[in-house]
Design a protein around this ligand. Structure first.
Ligand code: PLP
Length: 457
């Protein structure tokens, strides 16, 4: 097949959809560090986690040895509504850049949530339903996760309570209305509905909120309401597992045409899309079967990998969740309000943190105006209006393709186009008006925030 002309879009048939998720932890010789109980400093037990998460997801969270996990039939049929997602050869972008590089992107924006988040939302809602729960609580930053979860919950007839970071609640009223259309209740965070929210408001009355703070509220709401559990849209190893459908599909599509990527790029907020995209390729690298370059791209305003420290930290501002060893800016880190995207989380997936620490993956940070410049360039030739988060990956892909132009190398680049940006038009407006700024935290700010890391190890 390798001599055939590569089509603009490589679609898979329904039969070619992955039937199992791939758990990259199984192939890691040095595993990610275990989650710790913040009270005892000891690894959390399944029983302790069971108070917060539903049972099957606890099992997946703690399983670092099973390589393949069956996708239940009901989840597969939901996936079939919007998957397989196309793998697109960016011929038009290549031409516009004048690069000899071959650029591919895996597009996850073809569903109402506008992002890859639905891949994990349906899995998490399914296991909650199967356990006989009444509902789930969660946080949402930019709104994609809350939207995805509300879609999955309405499909399965589960109640859905969303704590939405206040700045996004105000800046993205339409996201809020999509969630309410799917039957979710949406509360701006921090709120007075939880103890932790009231405490944070007392200390910081003018706060714009943060993901870490919304997580604390959602966890409290779940653990204080009978028949509810908490679900999280990124960071956790179970989420990376579910998102492996992205990478598995991409790999099947590329294998069909004998394409081997040299560089694989993804934006990194909590690490779920990047982890999902690279998992099967990283598996090959870990098993010594192939080699790839992996690049995580994060915003300069919230640079967990590139300027954070690798240490145990709280996953939330209220310090109620288990401690995770990860690249972190400190759980009290409040990213600048001018950057309201879905990449504002202070920490990073434990799996990706460990892979990065072992030198198996690279990371770089990019500034906001440069990201929007790349977004506009991409939109004008490829026809898709990208999400600001996804545009971090576009920026790095363009930079790599331009390097190829200088050297004449015909590298193959694959990047994750995680979603569409229709709900981000205020940010696009700021870019178009020339009022967008690049906020970069100072070393002092980061040092002050990481000085408060808990001491466990
Ligand atoms: C949430 C989100 C991200 C970042 O989350 P990860 O867990 O790092 O993947 C990226 N792009 C879009 C469109 C998102 O909604």
């Amino acid at each position: 097949m390798s001599n055939e002309k590569i089509p603009y879009k490589i679609y898979l048939s329904e039969d070619e959809l992955p039937k199992q998720w791939y758990n990259v932890r199984a192939d890691m010789k040095k595993k990610p560090a275990p989650l710790l109980n913040p009270g005892t400093g000891k690894p959390v037990t399944a029983e302790e986690l069971g108070a917060v998460f539903c049972d099957e997801l606890v099992k997946q969270e703690l399983d670092d040895t099973t390589p393949y996990i069956d996708i239940p039939e009901e989840i597969l049929s939901f996936y079939k509504m919007y998957r397989p997602a196309p793998l697109v050869r960016a011929y038009c972008l290549e031409k516009a850049l004048g690069t000899p590089a071959k650029i591919y992107y895996k597009f996850e924006g073809n569903n109402t949530s506008g992002s890859h988040k639905l891949n994990s939302a349906i899995a998490q809602a399914y296991y909650a339903k199967k356990q006989g729960l009444k509902g789930v609580t969660t946080e949402t930053g930019a709104g994609q996760w809350g939207t995805a979860l509300s879609m999955a919950c309405s499909y399965l007839d589960l109640d859905c309570k969303v704590y939405m970071v206040k700045v996004s609640y105000e800046q993205k009223p339409f996201r809020r209305e999509v969630m309410r259309t799917y039957g979710a209740s949406v509360t701006p965070s921090p709120s007075v509905t939880t103890e932790v929210g009231r405490k944070i408001l007392e200390e910081f009355p003018d706060t714009n909120g943060s993901l870490g703070c919304a997580i604390s509220e959602a966890v409290e709401a779940a653990t204080h309401t009978e028949g509810y559990r908490y679900v999280l849209g990124s960071v956790l190893s179970q989420v990376l597992l579910h998102q492996s459908v992205i990478g598995l599909e991409a790999k099947t599509a590329m294998d069909k045409y004998g394409i081997k990527p040299d560089i694989i790029i993804g934006c990194a907020g909590g690490g779920s899309n990047l982890g999902g995209l690279i998992s099967p390729f990283m598996g090959e690298k870990l098993r010594g079967e192939a080699d790839y370059r992996f690049i995580a791209v994060e915003p300069a305003s919230c640079p967990s990998f590139t300027r954070g420290v690798y240490a145990y930290d709280f996953c939330d501002t209220g310090k109620v969740c288990p401690l995770q060893k990860m690249y972190t800016l400190g759980s009290g880190f409040m990213p600048s309000a001018n950057h309201a995207g879905g990449l504002r989380y202070h920490g990073m997936s434990a799996v990706l943190s460990e892979l990065y620490d072992q030198g198996l993956m690279e990371a770089r940070s990019v500034e906001q105006t440069a990201v929007f410049e790349a977004a506009q360039r991409f939109a004008r030739v490829e026809g898709i209006l990208p999400a600001p988060e996804s545009s971090h990956a576009i920026k790095a892909a363009i930079d790599e393709a331009l390097k190829c132009k200088e050297t004449g190398e015909e590298k193959t680049i694959l990047f994750g186009l995680t979603g569409t940006g229709y709900f981000d038009m205020y940010a696009y407006a700021a870019y178009n008006d020339g009022t967008m700024t690049d906020y970069i935290p100072t070393d002092e700010e980061i040092a002050a925030s990481t000085a408060n890391l808990p001491k466990f190890e």
